[in-house]
Every structure is written in C-alpha cells, then in structure tokens.
Design a protein around this ligand. Structure first.
Ligand code: SF4
Length: 339
C-alpha cells in the first residue's frame, strides 16, 4: 500500500557509540540536526502537498538514536511535529532508535506527542556479532525493548543487517527467527556496506573483514523476504536509500542503486521456478500473466529471469494483465504451439 513519510534525519546525535559500520553523515546524507522551526516549516509544506491524499502519511525521525538525544531537544522536535498530527495532516509520528535507549519513561513522552511507531535498530540477535560490531547492546535488550514498545501500544519496527563482521547466512537466519518471535509490525533489511571512515573500513583494508558480494546479499535477502512474507510480517525497506551520499563514501560491499528491485525480482524467479517444477515437465513453453506494475520485476534486470527460466528448461514469456492489481500472484499457462 502506498505510504508517505516526511523524514528528518537525526545524524549520530545522542549516540554514545561508534558501531563498526556507522558513519551516519554518509548514511543519512545529512550532517546537521533539523531545528524545531525547520520541522514546522517542512511539515507545513508537506501537509499542503499531501492534502486530500487517500493513503497514510507520517512524520518520521530516522537515522541516529532519537530517544538518546538531549531530552529537551527531543521534546522540542516532537512539539514541532505533534500539531500536524493533532490537526489531521499526518497519521502519526514514527522514529528509530537504539534498543538500550528505550524505557517506560521515554515511551510515555513519545506517546504524549503522538508517536505511533518505534523502530529499533536490532541489526543482529547474535551477541557475538553485536559485540564484534561494537553495537553496545545485547540481543536481550532488543527483546526487552520490543516487549515494552508493544505493551505500550506502539507499532514495533525492527531493523536487521546482513553481512556484519562475524555474521554468517546461518546467523542472519537465526536473527530473523528471533525477530519474528518478537512480532514486529514491520521489518527493514540492510546489507552491510563498508563506509569510508568507519572501523569496518579499517578492518576491510587490513584484510580482516570481507563484505558480502552482491549475489550473496541478494540471495540472503531473498531468503529473509520469503521468511517474513510467510509470517505476514511486512518488509518495508531493503537497503539504504540510493540518494544518500553513500555512493561516494562506500568503498566496498553489496551496493546497488536498485538493490530492493534485484531482490524482489529474484524472489519472483524462485516462486516461478517452484511453480513450474510442480506443474509442468521440463521443456514446456509457458506464459506468465502478471500485474502491469510487476512487469519489470518479473522479467528481471536485462531479462535475467527469462534467461534463467530458459536455462532451467522453461522458455517463458511474461505478459502484463491489466486486471491484476500490483503484488497479486502471477498466473501461468502452457503456451500451445500453433499448428
Ligand atoms: S547506534 Fe546507530 S547512530 Fe549510533 S553509531 Fe550505531 S548505527 Fe550509528
């Protein structure tokens, strides 16, 4: 479903840590914290722009650790945003923070100012991986904070990373299982990138850290997408926004301007292969009918999916069906040769 956020980044402010992979200035593309006046001005403009919409919109504080910034600054920002929730211009406020910066007291403040969703940067549920990447919190703290957020009636979002230092595909799957057990309303998946100026960059240059290849990151993400999809947990983001300054500061790792598209396209391929194997003998020529908006995902970049299907013994066509809504499952039929 379409959704809009007017987003403010909270770059590294209030964060007492230096996670191995983090240079928030590069990741968010911004180096300063918005002032309360800027929040008011931006929300006002966005409210005018979004007036009369038929989809939800929220005000979002992303990036650093919102609940760890100076409490008076945090409150000023919320005070600037809240009137736009009260007057119905936005449906709520969402923010991201660290698991160890969440307690009953701060949640009461958030609730008083119309915050509806709290996202936690869990990153991994493996204590060894968390420690190796200098996260400064444990998996238990993620569990505790998640339970508190849910108990206080907020929507819970959990963010996880792939390919962290010391991480493996198996550990990432275990992280996903532990995250699913916390019953989040949404999940974000970020493959680890090596950003200039970080501890990870130093370790990479010293040959002590090997990032995931693009192919490994896609395969691991596709597994996670299937896993969360089967449990009805919505994945609302894969990979960092491409408009950030990351392009120039990323020195290694699975960076791709359309990483999410690559993953959804591969997921489509896996579903297509499974259905073909179950229903048709090899060599059958088939046609897939897909929603118009899913056409590029089905075909794949540079027709990758059609090429792979042909290689596995199923020459395929993909045909847009205007009657199918975006995201609807494909239909597949055998193509009978004309006689
Ligand atoms: S907690 Fe977040 S903002 Fe702080 S160093 Fe780690 S990733 Fe960066």
């Amino acid at each position: 479903m379409r959704h809009a956020n007017v987003a403010f980044f909270v770059p590294h402010f209030g964060c007492p840590h230096a996670c191995s992979f983090c240079d928030q200035r590069s990741i968010s593309g911004q180096s300063g914290l918005a002032s309360a006046d800027e929040v008011t001005e931006t929300c006002q403009k966005a409210a005018e722009h979004l007036a009369g919409r038929d989809f939800p919109a929220e005000i979002a504080f992303f990036g650093g650790s919102f609940t760890a910034i100076d409490r008076s600054v945090m409150t000023e920002l919320l005070q600037a945003a809240y009137p736009f929730v009260q007057n119905g211009s936005f449906d709520g406020i969402r923010l991201s923070t660290r698991p160890d910066a969440v307690d009953q007291q701060v949640l009461s403040v958030l609730k008083a100012y119309g915050v509806t969703t709290v996202e936690l940067g869990a990153q991994s549920m493996d204590d060894g991986v968390l420690m190796q990447n200098k996260r400064g919190h444990s998996a238990y703290q993620v569990e505790k904070a998640s339970a508190l957020i849910r108990a206080e009636g907020f929507s819970l979002g959990l963010q996880m990373m792939l390919g962290l230092d010391g991480d493996t595909a198996e550990k990432s799957r275990l992280t996903a299982q532990k995250i699913a057990a916390l019953q989040p309303d949404c999940v974000r998946i970020y493959p680890t990138l090596v950003v200039e100026g970080t501890d990870l960059a130093r370790r990479y240059r010293a040959g002590q850290y090997v990032p995931l290849s693009l192919e490994e990151a896609v395969e691991q993400t596709v597994w996670l997408l299937s896993f969360f999809e089967e449990r009805n947990i919505e994945v609302i983001r894969i990979g960092l926004h491409s408009e950030t300054t990351l392009q120039s500061s990323c020195i290694a790792g699975p960076i791709h301007p359309a990483f999410g598209e690559l993953c959804y396209s591969r997921l489509w391929l896996k579903k297509a292969e499974k259905e073909l194997k179950e229903r048709f003998p090899k060599g059958t020529e088939v046609a897939f009918f897909v929603p118009e908006k899913d056409l590029s995902k089905a075909i794949g970049q540079k027709k990758e999916n059609l090429r792979r299907l042909a290689q596995t013994g199923y020459p395929a066509k993909v045909i847009p069906d205007p009657e199918l809504p975006k995201g609807a499952p494909f239909r597949v039929k055998e193509v009978k040769p004309c006689i």
